[in-house]
Design a binder for this molecule. Structure first.
Ligand code: ADP
Ligand code: MG
Length: 261
């Protein structure tokens, strides 16, 4: 605790806050997430620590002090993707940018799934950018190990933003790897249109739209493969949805994505 000094608060979240800190000796910048115990899930620190991938926020350290859990991690100075989308003020991203970012998200998600972990809260606010434009998946506060998540992935325990929740979760089925794919589909759509694919004035009509998989198509200037990919990521039955592995390796869109890696 003594070896870090606070630079500024950069985010307030559901469990506490995220603070930009500096190591006292080397002046390196890191993000320290401060989580109030007892809500603090020590699982978040353990799962983040178990990841090691260029497209996942790097873990540095974690400790408990005075009723708080602290997680120290890599600082992504480009902020989160939601902020980045808002900065566009309506100007669409180019196909190149979208595919480059999305391909990196898939690589990060593939690493998570390969470790038998589900992220369960993939959304533009939990995806970060570095100064060099590298995309990193972050916020493992809802993540779980596949074997131990069954039974707790239901909609009634859901507390986050509803826009990214897949039909099977509203249908009270367990969270699975394809539910993460649905959420990434929502982020991909957001990058293409700067809007959520499923939006409504009430929870009830939002859930109906999600469960019907009813969305407005992305603009027609985007390549056919991208339209096709989104259509498949929004298959309402998770079994019909591609896995991350399939998207990266054998989906029609994979050649398009590989060009951007
Ligand atoms: P919560 O569980 O409260 O949502 P997050 O880990 O998503 O916590 O952090 C909350 C906010 O703090 C993020 O949306 C982002 O704006 C900022 N933040 C968190 N981690 C980082 C990071 N590594 N680099 C830059 N900003 C971050
Ligand atoms: Mg978050």
């Amino acid at each position: 605790m003594e070896s870090y000094s606070t630079v500024k608060v950069i985010g307030e979240g559901s469990f506490g806050r995220a603070v930009l800190v500096q190591t006292k000796n080397s002046k390196e910048k890191w993000v320290m997430k401060e989580i109030r115990l007892p809500q603090a899930q020590r699982r978040e620190a353990a799962l983040l620590a178990s990841m090691k991938h260029p497209n996942i926020v790097a873990f540095k350290d974690s400790f408990e002090d005075n009723g708080h859990l602290y997680i120290v991690m890599e600082y992504c100075s480009g902020g989160d993707l939601l902020q980045r989308i808002r900065q566009q003020k309506g100007t669409l991203f180019s196909e190149n940018v979208i595919l480059r970012w999305f391909a990196q998200m898939c690589l990060g998600a593939q690493h998570i799934h390969d470790k038998r972990v589900l992220h369960r809260d993939l959304k533009s606010k939990n995806i970060f950018l570095t100064t060099h434009g590298t995309v990193k998946l972050g916020d493992f506060g809802s993540a779980c190990i596949l074997k131990s998540c069954s039974g707790e992935g239901y909609a009634h325990s859901y507390v986050g933003t509803p826009y990214y929740v897949s039909p099977e979760i509203w249908d009270s089925q367990p969270y699975n790897n394809k539910s993460d794919v649905w959420s990434l589909g929502c982020v991909l759509y957001e990058l293409c249109t700067l809007r959520h694919p499923f939006q409504a004035n009430s929870w009830k009509s939002l859930i109906l739209r999600v469960c019907r998989g009813a969305y407005t198509p992305i603009p027609s200037h985007f390549p056919y493969e991208l339209h096709y990919l989104i259509k498949h990521m929004f298959k309402t039955n998770p079994r019909d949805r591609p896995s991350i592995h399939t998207i990266l390796n054998s989906h029609r869109a994979s050649r398009l994505l590989c060009k951007h890696l």
